[in-house]
Design a protein around this ligand. Structure first.
Ligand SMILES: [Fe+2]
Ligand SMILES: [Fe+2]
Length: 179
């Protein structure tokens, strides 16, 4: 049986909610555009986690050890980035997408034919990091006038990605010169 619920008036009238900044009604369209960019960033991080797990385990050879260890460390950082993007999506009134919306893009980070082919892995990592750096710079630029909080968060993440890129550029130099 359905119960009828008594409605009681709140004792103190609530103030009408006024929000400023990126959470305001006036910023709705910017907020929605930003949510799209944050979703892309979220999926990039998730796919990077997948690719780095595979590439931190597949490679063979003495020279693979350094690369594998480095990727293992990165996995945790990329996972944290994904969680940060997800949290920001929620804070901006968005919903973190479900796995059915995932579309893979990292063709360049698939396992090589030969698991001793580390140059393939290193170049793949450089491409993934460069892609993230491009996208995050766009987010930072977009946020400059509208959302300093997201801007701040993404600047810190960008620094991590620049560190990853720099490290793997160093690996590539060594591998190129060793032939
Ligand atoms: Fe990341
Ligand atoms: Fe990274």
């Amino acid at each position: 049986m359905a119960k009828t619920r008594k409605t009681t008036k709140p004792k103190t009238a609530r103030k009408p909610a006024t929000r400023s900044g990126i959470l305001s009604n006036e910023r709705r369209s910017e907020r929605e555009e930003l949510l799209g960019m944050l979703e892309t960033a979220y999926w990039m991080e998730i796919e990077t986690v997948m690719s780095y797990i595979a590439n931190s385990i597949n490679p063979d050879g003495v020279r693979a050890q350094e690369i594998m260890e480095s990727l293992q460390t990165d996995i945790q950082e990329e996972l944290t980035h994904a969680q940060q993007f997800a949290a920001r999506i929620k804070e901006l009134y968005g919903v973190v997408p479900g796995s059915m919306e995932f579309k893979p893009e990292q063709t360049y980070l698939q396992p090589p034919k030969d698991q001793i082919d580390l140059t393939h892995v290193i170049k793949g990592v450089i491409e993934a990091e460069s892609g993230a750096i491009d996208h995050y710079n766009k987010i930072i630029e977009f946020c400059a006038d509208v959302d300093p909080v997201t801007e701040d968060m993404v600047i810190a993440i960008l620094r991590d990605e620049e560190g990853h890129l720099r490290l793997f550029e160093g690996f590539l130099r060594e591998f190129d010169s060793a032939g």
